[in-house]
Ligand binder design. Structure first.
Ligand code: ADP
Length: 311
């Protein structure tokens, strides 16, 4: 059974003037870690708020744990855990007071579900009497996860849980999610860190309220349609300019210290062209695309489709 299903969900704000989620459909299997990957403003938080029954859709239907997000909103609130993008914790309460508060709201106690949070909680327990406002980002994140888990939810919604958290804590956090998955908890998680995509069972790439693709991370990368090259030379700015003006180029953009280039001609033709343009110390190497490359590629295809429609 699917733990989460969305059918043609649309949501607008400001009396329809802001289209936040545009006809989105996808489903998440029980026990799956599904990542919604996209930049700020893509519509991720809105999807979370719809599925946690905090907002009503304009169109479409959705269910969580088999329950309808409109009709069965009360039941859904009891079976989901939600870690919103901005911390939902009470800054003036201590670690333990926050956790107690969330346990009480859900009619349970820390002791009752301690097993589920134990691995995470022992890391913050030494600070249990510290006010949350004085914790580091990584600690707050662990506590927020404990609070979202304290009532043993079937489905966990984590909205950008690793934003602003250091690399080590991010890695630990994803390891914790893997352990929760093993306990049968379904996880919908959003992130704008593309490197985290590989940690999900499947990913949905989203922008402008539209899902561009849904696939496993590996198959998302395998679907990249051309060979991709990392290119460098002594003059990077001129290199970008020249490659963008080259007939054989499909796309070329800056990626870290390199340019990423895909072509519709031979490698030799690129090298001859760069020589002709006087480029020095050229490094040219075929690479495996990353999720970012797939994202950029899908966006380009979408733009091309839209501009063809406008013609
Ligand atoms: P993300 O979580 O991917 O950053 P959001 O769902 O927060 O995306 O936002 C999607 C779009 O909806 C953005 O254009 C954002 O500005 C707009 N938006 C979000 N919340 C509101 C709101 N309460 N009122 C008006 N517009 C909003």
């Amino acid at each position: 059974m699917n733990a989460i299903t969305l059918n043609n969900i649309t949501k607008t704000y400001n009396k329809g003037s802001v289209l936040a989620v545009d006809d989105v459909s996808f489903s998440v299997e029980k026990g799956e870690i599904f990542g919604l990957i996209g930049p700020d403003g893509a519509g991720k938080s809105t999807i979370f708020r719809l599925l946690t029954t905090l907002l009503l859709p304009d169109k479409g239907s959705a269910s969580v744990g088999g329950y309808d997000i409109i009709k069965d909103f009360r039941t859904i609130r009891g079976i989901v855990g939600y870690m919103p993008g901005r911390f939902s914790l009470y800054q003036d309460l201590t670690v333990q007071e926050n956790l107690n508060f969330f346990a009480t709201v859900f009619n349970t106690t820390i002791e009752e579900n301690y097993d589920l949070i134990k691995d995470i909680y022992i890391q913050i327990e030494p600070f249990k009497d510290r006010r949350v406002g004085k914790l580091s980002g990584g600690m707050k994140q662990k506590l927020a996860l404990c609070c979202a888990l304290i009532h043993k939810p079937e489905v966990l919604f984590l909205d950008e849980p690793t934003t602003g958290v250091d690399v080590v804590s991010r890695k630990e956090f994803w390891e914790m999610l893997q352990r929760l998955k093993l306990q049968g908890i379904t996880i919908l998680v959003s992130t704008s860190y593309m490197d985290e995509a590989t940690r999900c069972d499947r990913i949905g790439l989203i922008i402008g309220g539209k899902i561009l693709s849904i696939n496993t991370p590996d198959d998302t990368i395998k679907a990249y349609p051309e060979k991709l090259y990392a290119v460098k030379s002594a003059k990077m700015y001129e290199l970008l300019h020249d490659l963008r003006n080259f007939d054989g180029t499909i796309s070329c953009y800056t990626f870290g210290a390199n340019l990423h280039l895909s072509i519709k001609c031979s490698e030799q033709q690129v090298l001859d062209y760069l020589k002709e343009k006087g480029h020095d110390k050229v490094e040219f190497m075929q690479i495996t695309p990353k999720v970012e490359d797939c994202f950029i590629r899908l966006l380009k295809e979408q733009d091309e489709r839209n501009s063809n429609k406008d013609k």
